[in-house]
Design a protein around this ligand. Sequence first.
Ligand code: PEP
Ligand code: MG
Length: 838
Amino acid sequence: MTDLQLVAPLAGWVLPLAAVPDPVFAEGMMGPGLAIDPIGDTLHAPCDATVATLHAAGHAVTLQVGAPAAGVTLLMHVGIDTVAMAGRGFTPLVAVGDRVRAGDPLIRFDLDAVVQGASAAVTPVIVVEGAEVTLVDPAHDRLIAVGEPLVRIVAGQGGTIAAANTDEGVSREMTVHLPHGLHARPAARIVAAVRASGAEVTLLSGERSASAASPVALLSLGLAHGSTVTAQARGGDTAAVLDTVEALLTAEVEAAPAAPTTAAVQPAPAPAPASVAEPGAIAGVLAAPGLAVGLAAWLRAAVPDLPTGGEGVAAEQARLVEGLATVATALDAAAAKGGQMSHVLGAHRAILDDPDLRARADAAILNGMSAAAAIMTAAEAQEAQLRASGNARIAERADDIRDVALRVVHAILGTAPAALTVPAGAIVLADDLLPSQLAALAGTGIGGFAVAGGGPTSHVAILAAGMGVPMVVALREAIRVIADGTPLILDADAAILIPDPAADRLVQAKATIAARAAAEATARAAGDRPAATADGVAIHVYANLGSVADAQAAAAAGAEGCGLLRTEFLFLDRTTPPDVAEQAEQYRGVVDGLPGRPVVIRLLDVGGDKPAPYLEIPAEENPALGLRGIRVALARPDVLDDQLRAILAVPDVERCRIMVPMVASADEMSATRTALDRLRDELGIGPVQLGAMIETPAAAATADLIAAHADFLSVGSNDLTQYVLAMDRGNPALAAGIDGLHPAVLRLIRMTCEGAATRGVPVSVCGGLAADPLAAPILIGLGVRTLSVPPARVPATKALVAGLTLAAAQGLASEALAASGAPQVRALARRFAEESGR
Ligand code: PEP
Ligand code: MG
């Protein structure tokens, strides 16, 4: 036998063997071949042959082609696990020894019974024995009718499926030189190049083969650095496409910037956090303080109920096509907006176009599934392949496939994503968290958050701190190997996650949690009485609020007042600004929620990363350095006047203090003061305190000048850190470095305290640093006398203050100012905490 043409033995969808949901077939252990997902009910002979065996259960047949010594043996196995059907639904039409011609019927079967009774109906057609063969010109990924050419079997060449090694086809051995092996980015580039070339390219590695038009198939080869592959190409300019593939397997190609304003499309991995505090721990970056123990629960969007059975192949295929098109349009529209997400959206678009995903989904539809169930099944099979690769970078793509498939499912079903749920007390693991996801989980008893990406001063971190839930970010891909249900200790104060801790470590963590809970209970019992250090210095503990509900939580936690009301909550996510009456009602609600206590209302802080579309701030190249905070208010005096009027309309206005965000000069304070005084005069209202947020290096350096126009100063350490260190607070690649305990930030806080002291103006801190247990003693040592923290942190902060003396805090602060960097400051502060028995 030198060249044998097989014709399709079954009507159905032709698939690569790798798509068969049984490794015995999929991994080529039985031999090379193809598979057909049937739509017909009769298995025919693919060539002239003799029936060599017929399984007693009637579901599988082998055919001898040519003389036993020189020919090959073909196996055709109807469905997977059909042996368990014990012959039900199968009617053999031939007997062992019969000679058959191509196209003769061999086995009739009840397709419905196979679909219901077996794990799959897909039917492998395999060369199980004989001389070494190569399968040439395989049909692939299309519907085929009985008798149509399926594949040619050619003697020699090692037993794998190959593209035709005809005159126009070429193959080339290549070595993977990519340092991380073939991972998602080069795979996507190979796919793009191959698709653009019009050539058919297959990569062969051992017994596995992958179409280079499918990123998932390529990744599933699991090609590590140093692996060799054979690339086979035919059609188009084969030499050129193989050159391109080889180049992409050789060196990483960085994406060219799309435009001068969109530099890196792929953020660099976050730098390693400075130190791993204990063996077995994964180091990250503190985002919300606290200590928790619990079981790991990955945050994954829930799959909606999927209709199992389809309503006919044509109808379901039309639904699939429509769903894919809807998602493609949505992804293209989102990507067109540019920005940090565009590389993710581009990757999602490539997944959507993946022929392997589509072929699997089509096959599932032919198997009787609904379009929604089919795309999910296809995605799950691809996910499993990627997770099995054992390579974190490849495995992380599985979440993207799931994400894309879920989008298609929702598009097909016309549904919206369901609410997120995780078990109470769980430590939630996530690649990244959206504020909306966090908000959806509020009040569900989450133990903690451990996030691979993220930044410590992002608004998600603020939300977590507000919920009183510890959060560590920038844990990077190290957390990907943690399975659901793994016991964890999340020590956010030390910025570490400890998977599978030793029993004694777990006992110790639980004891610390219990001791802290007891100290907090004592602080809570003291109500809103001011906290004081052990040597009697009053330290006010206020709460940061973002809503009326927060005010009630703050009052219950014993806050002495509100040190920061983020009024943006009223202005974001809407198409028109709130009017004076609506604002006044909300401010009054917050003030009423904290009876008898001062409430610092921050003027609108939009712009930058908090867009309010109706304010029509023109697009900016550097929004963080653009029109934000008080700059917006001074550019839009109507907006400022409305907000000031609303504050002045609060019945208890004498308890209100007004705070100005993003101040960079004393002039901005005097302009705001002028507007306030004008309205007070107009409304006949007495003095109202006006304070400045110290969030820019300029404000810290001129604190004495600003204090001349201010009744109080409040350090916004989140922004101050971002601007002092020139590090975007939302950039996960910088998360490990953006630490408010950097001596540069501390020196500016000291400068702020010194400047304020020249005018006798008090200084508070309302950024995340105030709630960081390692930072609070340093801040007090620097001269800060009010800490404003999330409501949930009020009792813990009061308990911490009670355990300090001013002299010790001052000693620690002066050591911190002289330290060489934030990690050194943290080490000093940790030692200080341990010595104080915390
Ligand atoms: C800060 O920058 O520290 C601050 C409190 O303001 P926000 O986090 O709302 O920008
Ligand atoms: Mg700020």
